[in-house]
Ligand binder design. Structure first.
Ligand SMILES: Nc1ncnc2c1ncn2[C@@H]1O[C@H](COP(=O)(O)OP(=O)(O)OP(=O)(O)O)[C@@H](O)[C@H]1O
Length: 223
């Protein structure tokens, strides 16, 4: 198993009382699969993804990568070397071109990166549908769908197995949404990545290999 959440609890403290967002949550994720974490607004999807991304830590329980607790691995190392994250608002650096955005994680990872980084970055962008002329543009001169493609290429730049995305098509129209979902399917099924996408869209979830439904702090897994 690539990634596992074991008995994970998370709550927000409200004065004396605790408001539980996740209760004894268990989930397993493997390579070659596209997972959708589905739930209504406020159900805790982003909270769960932020724990899987080591942007926050569980109050109790463990997140394991290849059976090693990511806390033990080191959250910073985990983020730099093991995962690629994609956000709804793209979160690209506006003062950099598309290709320069893809180069950023390569400069901070400890993973082995081929010597000709720029060629790798152009090739990744090209694979995701951003040709050379667009790759040299500042990212604000690209459409939303194109910016999200750049963010996907950036997430892949360090050659990670695990891709985590939070409402990645939330700002896009339906046609663009489907193109992005098709990229995720391809990454899982043709490149053996583990792709975990948080969404409130049933249409996206129906296309996933597995759906994990969050309801009132409880995660139900469709087999
Ligand atoms: N820093 C915080 N302090 C207190 N409560 C918080 C904090 N962050 C989030 N919450 C609450 O935790 C609950 C879960 O939030 P979360 O963002 O994980 O839900 P979500 O399913 O991703 O929702 P959405 O689809 O609207 O993004 C919400 O009720 C939210 O208000």
């Amino acid at each position: 198993m690539l990634l596992e959440a074991k008995e994970v609890n998370y709550y927000y403290q409200d004065g004396e009382s605790r408001r539980y967002i996740l209760k004894d949550t268990n989930a397993k994720f493997e390579n070659g699969k596209f997972y959708a974490i589905l739930g209504q607004s406020g159900s805790g999807k982003t909270t769960f993804l932020s724990l899987l991304s080591a942007l926050d830590s569980p109050k109790s329980g463990e997140i394991l990568l290849n059976d090693v607790n990511i806390k033990q691995l080191g959250y910073e190392k985990y983020r730099r070397n093991k995962i690629g994250i994609i956000f709804q608002a793209y979160n690209l650096v506006p003062t950099l071109t598309a290709v320069e955005n893809v180069l950023v994680p390569m400069s901070i990872t400890e993973n082995e990166i081929p010597a000709d980084r720029k060629t790798v970055a152009y090739n990744l962008l090209d694979y995701i549908g951003i040709g050379k002329s667009k790759a040299d543009r500042f990212v604000n001169a690209l459409s939303g769908g194109e910016q999200q493609r750049v963010a996907i290429a950036r997430a892949l730049a360090t050659n990670v197995e695990l891709i985590l995305a939070d409402e990645p098509t939330g700002n896009l129209d339906e046609e663009m949404e489907q193109e992005i979902v098709d990229i995720f399917k391809k990454l899982a099924h043709e490149h053996d990545k583990c792709v975990i996408v948080v969404t409130h869209s049933n249409e996206i979830a129906q296309q996933a290999d597995h759906i994990l439904r969050l309801k009132k702090g409880i995660l139900e897994v469709d087999e």
